[in-house]
Every structure is written in C-alpha cells, then in structure tokens.
Design a binder for this molecule. Sequence first.
Ligand code: NZQ
Ligand code: ZN
Length: 392
Amino acid sequence: MLNFDFYSPARILFGKGEEKQVGELLKPCAKKVLLHYGGGSIKKSGLYHIVVESLHKNKDPDVELGGVKPNPRLSLVHEGIELCKKENVDLILAVGGGSAIDSAKAIAMGVYYDGDVWEVYEQGKAIEKALPVAIILTIPAAGSEGSGDTVITNESKQLKYGYGSPHLRPLFSIMNPEYFYTLPPNQIANGVADMMSHIFERYFTNTINVGLTDSLCEAVLKTIINNAPAALANPKNYEAWCEVGFSGTVAHNGLLGMGRQEDWACHNMEHELSALYDVAHGAGLAVLTPAWMKYVYKDNIQMFVQFAVNVMGVEGSFREPEAIIEEGIARLKSFFKRMGLPATLSELGIDESKLELMAKKATGAEFGHEFGIGGLKKLNWQDVLAIYESVK
Ligand code: NZQ
Ligand code: ZN
C-alpha cells in the first residue's frame, strides 16, 4: 500500500424530505445565495419550488442563474462570476447533477480569481479561496457532491479539463433519492456508467497489498450492478435508488483510491469525445471502458482475473486466465447493453475523422509535450488511437 493523505469532508444529508431544510441549513452561512441549476428538470419535478420556499418562505431566491448544459460551458461560468460579484453573493446553491455542481464550483473560485478562471483549469494553478457551494443532487453519477473536483468545457477552444482543490469541497450535499424518479432511462444509464468508471479508475492498479480497498471497490461495483437494473426497470424503486445513489458518492469521494496508484486513462480519453462532440460523459465511458480493458489487461493479468471473478462472477479454470478475463469483459459489455448504453463511437455520432486528433489531445502530443495517460499502463497517442479504432 502506498502512503496517502485522506481528507474527504462532505456532509451528506440523505433521504426523503431532507431538501426541505435547505433554507434552515443556509441561514447561518449566507446573506445572499445564488441558485444555480440546469435546463429545467428541477422545475418539472417541483424541486425548484420546494427549494425556493425553504430558502425564502416562498419568495424568489436572492439571485438565480439557470441554463447549465451537460458538459458545462465556460461562457456561463463567466456570466455567473460577474453576477456573483455584482450582487455580492456569498454562497452558491447548485441544484442538479454534475454539470450544475461543477459550474457552481467554477463560479465559486472564479469570484476570487484574479484573471480568467480557465487558467486554473489549463495550468492547474492552486487557488486560495472560493465561495462556499452547497448542493441538492438530482442525478447520481458524477460524484461531484462529495468531491473537490470540477470539470468544465471551454467551448471556444473545444477543450474539457478537470481541476480539484480542497477549497471546492461542498459545504453540504442533500440527496433525496425520490428526485431520481424523473430521470430518463439514458441519463440513468449514463450515471451508472460514470460511477462505475470512477471505481474502475481506482480499482485497476499495479499497486499490491491493497486488499481493503480492493474489497471496497468490488462491493460498491456489485451494489451498482445489482441495483441499477431495478432502478431502470422501475424508476420509482426508492430502495434501489438509495443503493445506487449512495454508491455514486462513495465511488468518487476518494476513499476507494487510497494507497493505490490510480489510472484515469478512460476519463482522459472520454473528455476528448465530450469536448469535440458534446457526448454524455457516461455514454462515452461505456464505449471506451471495455475497449481499454481489452487493450491493457495483458499488463496485469492477475488484476483482471480478480475483477472477472470477484465482480462479474466468472467461474473457470485458472489455467486459462485470459478466457476468464475475456468473459468478465463480455459480461460488463452485456451489463452496459442491458442498461441501454452504446458500445461503439458511431452510436455516439463520432466518425473516424478526428480520432487521431483526439488521441493526440488526450495525451498532450497535440500540444508538443506528450505525457501519456494511465497508471496501470501508460498510453501514448498511438495506444489511444488504437483503443478508439477498436470501437469505431
Ligand atoms: O439540465 P437539467 O434540465 O437539470 O437536465 C439534466 C441534464 O439534461 C438531466 N437531469 C438531472 N437530474 C434530473 C434530470 N432529468 C430529469 N430528472 C432529474 N432528476 O440529466 C442531464 C445530465 O445532467 P448532468 O448534470 O450533465 O449529469 P451528470 O451528473 O452525469 O454530470 C456530468 C458532468 O459531470 C462531470 C462530467 O464530465 C460531466 O461534465 N464530472 C464531474 C466530476 C466531478 N466534478 O468530480 C467527475 C466525473 O468524472 C465527471 O467527469
Ligand atoms: Zn466521470
């Protein structure tokens, strides 16, 4: 096990009715709140009115900014920063999914950043301060409700970069799984693929003697695999949503990666798909993850046998480990298929024309400083291109 520094404070208020106390919780923390949300699902579900009522006993919220798009855009972040400065906002309440939350975090640090906040993403600059961000989650997926991370798309440069800082840890996150009932099937599936990927990125490692986190990763993966189909079949299955929802937070709050070298090649490869083609993050991961597994498993046969046996329930002769691994990957692919997820880039509307460009961008080769991606196996741009091409 490697040395680590585990710091993951996140107050999670979980269960039915918890959203009603948001006003009460914020009263001692903020004079002026920016309510930040997406394209309107919170109005359709009725959550918007509950939040507004709780905030100000049925008055309008202090300041609000809706319109966050999936793959949240830098231009709206700039708008939010100006609004917060003009209105002297001292706290941002994000109501929605990873996109609304990440946009809120970007605004929160941009208010104090002297310059264009994009520099923070592009150059990985350390920030010293951010407005507090509180969250009401409406889709279990990104895990941003329990992380200090934010991922933003610079639409004019066609770049999608992530950034993390302890200053971006949410003040608290409210999760009432009843609000997941209105999710369309494709968003349920995208969220599931994303949270599973957050575990895979930590699970697949060359670090040995990490039995505790191996087992935790396997338990969370199995919980998702066992419950997500039930939530998809009946989106009002509260108990299934509880399991999936909490799994999404645990998948990405850092614990599962402690003491292990992490990977993150699939996320890096996917960000290029989202940046150029605006595809849903989870859908892109569902296409790339099995392809990545096939490409790299020979570098750590034991790890992938363990996955196939302990997570995907494959039985077989240990004299033929590759057969066990192939079956494990096949079962993962059929699970994604059952969830309605795509299996090829063409299903995402991506043709061959920019595969090489995306491979070079993902690995830095396009910018003249190739760094390679991935912990289990370092991938150069030719490797990434081969993975993209294997799922055309
Ligand atoms: O915008 P609205 O109208 O709210 O609709 C959203 C959106 O269209 C809809 N939705 C959300 N809750 C709903 C609902 N529709 C009906 N009922 C509900 N209860 O779902 C769509 C997708 O929302 P979005 O917020 O984009 O989804 P998600 O949570 O998957 O977030 C994806 C973003 O998170 C980033 C991704 O890169 C992507 O940009 N990530 C952030 C991470 C982090 N900050 O730690 C880590 C992840 O790896 C991920 O990269
Ligand atoms: Zn993700």
